[in-house]
Design a protein. Structure first.
Length: 230
């Protein structure tokens, strides 16, 4: 269990993301009906690449092939930066595309924006922490897990398309973190502080949902997306 837990966790996160994005992207893509701008396809490929990289890295670590893990990790630093930059870009681009297509109002675009932008804030913070602690494996691997759990919120949020209510989607988002906490407790007798603080940070991050529809943010976001969609 010690050598395979993080591999299983990475596969679980990968499956969670595929299921979450299946109705809106991967399903139509398989059927040849995914009519979305090229930039969203690029974003999808980059994001899936990140998940495959995570699975590969956990696999190398589980096998004890730390030389390959570290070599690939050097490439992964640049790749993670690309994931972050593309995520920030799409945080703006996706709402603009939906407004221009007539699917969303400017107010809906403004309300949506804090969700992907918040994902990138969390991902960026945890990814930077993972890079800075790569010589300390016990910290590094947990920060990498938290970075990926952070962006998995996008998939959990989209489970609404499958009839999952937002409260249950939030619970599903926390499931990987719960697995990590249980694993730590069973293997080490305590839950690592990174996971404990992560649970709190994730709870605080949920405030972006009501914040997106608040009068304060709408007063800023609506003019912003009006200017971006002209």
């Amino acid at each position: 269990m010690r050598t395979t837990f993080y591999v299983a966790l990475a596969v679980f996160l990968f499956a969670m993301i595929v299921v979450g994005f299946w109705p809106s992207y991967y399903g139509p893509l398989v059927r040849g009906a995914a009519k979305v701008p090229l930039i969203l396809h690029v974003h999808g490929v980059i994001f899936i690449g990140w998940m495959l990289l995570l699975i590969a890295q956990t696999g190398f670590a589980a096998r004890g092939d730390l030389r390959t893990h570290r070599a690939l990790g050097t490439v992964g630093i640049g790749y993670g930066a690309v994931v972050w930059l593309m995520g920030l870009l799409v945080s703006f681009v996706a709402p603009v595309i939906n407004v221009r297509s007539g699917r969303w109002t400017v107010s809906e675009a403004a309300a949506f924006f804090p969700i992907p932008f918040g994902d990138m804030v969390l991902f960026g913070g945890y990814f930077l922490a993972a890079v800075l602690t790569r010589a300390r494996p016990e910290l590094h691997k947990r920060y990498m897990v938290m970075a990926t759990i952070a962006v998995a919120f996008a998939a959990a949020f989209r489970l609404q398309a499958l009839g999952v209510a937002i409260p249950l989607a939030v619970v599903i988002w926390y499931v990987p973190l719960a697995f990590c906490a249980i694993y730590d407790y069973r293997s080490k007798g305590r839950v690592h502080p990174i996971y404990l603080t992560g649970a709190v940070i994730m709870a605080i991050a949920l405030l972006r949902l009501p914040f997106g529809t608040s009068a304060v943010w709408q007063g800023i976001g609506v003019p912003l997306f009006e200017s971006l969609t002209r």
